[in-house]
Design a protein around this ligand. Sequence first.
Ligand code: PEP
Ligand code: MN
Length: 449
Amino acid sequence: MASWTPHSWAQRPIKQDVTFPDQKEFTKVLEKIRQLPPLVCPEEVTKLRAQLKEVALGRAFLLQGGDCAELFDYCSQGPIADKLKVLLQMSLVLIWGAGVPVVRIARMAGQYAKPRSSAYEMVDGEKILSFRGDNVNGFHPSDRTPDPQRLLSAYFHSAATMNYVRALLNAGFADLHQPKAWDLAHVRHNHVRVEYQRIVSQLLQSLEFMRTIGADSNGNPVLNTVDMYMSHEGLLLEYEEALTRAVPTDNVEEAPRWFNLGSHFLWIGDRTRQIDGAHIEYFRGIQNPIGIKCGPSLEPEELVRLLNIVNPDHEIGKVTLISRYGAKKINDHLPAHIEAVRKAGHIVVWACDPMHGNTETAEAGMKTRHFDNIMLEITQAIAIHQRLGSKLNGIHLELTGERVTECVGGSMELSPQDLSLNYQTFCDPRLNYEQSLDVAFLIARHYQE
Ligand code: PEP
Ligand code: MN
């Protein structure tokens, strides 16, 4: 295989590419980003890589979640704190349910770029460029020309988001210890609410016990500051390249290693995972743990070839396979993928994205997802892995900490008619705060049974 550089991807055919009309300015912006400091440290990336090895070996569980398309406007106190809160609460429920530590990765602080099924769309009878994410163009139809300044803006919004997350975590997020932080009033059925309440009470009692014996103060940093890693889809390779930095190893004789220091974890989307394509070429050279989205069109032998390219040393947990077939199709695809990966001797993190294969259009024309299909894909994933002597190691969700109405169902029983109440997303429909907690409670119950 030809030698890798942070720019070798440019020799390969690329999908979902964006052309910035002002190339001069584009080059200038990239130069500027190259000079800006990293957003994360190699030590953090390496730590996550070690934790994901534990996940792959079944000794921890992965919770990854956040917006489909993060907007610059979400870089604000409330939305950041709300997202952090829901992820932390979900992780506590999962720790309780699955009985193992939870590794948390947010789709946040950089989840701006979006792949689209079509480069153009029709708006009011006019053909215009599709919205490609806040780091490329604006959602408003008059703002669709790709603007390089948005890349710079993406860097600074990522930095501000990351900074506030770090500040909140350092300050302890003590409110999770309070019963009032757990709002369960939305749960329609009494028996479900009682059950959730029982779990929360047990959780809070355990946290209180830890506090009483002093285990959650200075002596035990685990409960005071928790790890929360950041991730996004590595789509715009010029931007990713500008944040790819050489890090010397401890051994002076060894060549430096390349890390993407714009985020801890990056994944390749289902639309850009071509074996000979630019994205796979870029991803094979970075030290970060990476994800690959696996949809129904991925042949098992193709999956093995991909793994051999991005992880030739067969490092355990370096790759997270994020399957997204849909509740109706998971049975047709997951078993063959599990068998092929096992036969090839790879030990990966198996995560289930129950969102992207279950998108449908509601009567009112909005994109939505049914909570029941989301749960059905997760429970089938757990069962299929169990049947094959494998293990589901994590979930990958599109969610928000706010009370949006984008997915139907859940314990609040949101109906298709309710969607218009607070439909906010500019891309795919997300689980709201309540529905996200529902997923955690139901998985916890599943593991407890
Ligand atoms: C996404 O995660 O928002 C996405 C576009 O997913 P996929 O690549 O699986 O379609
Ligand atoms: Mn999405």
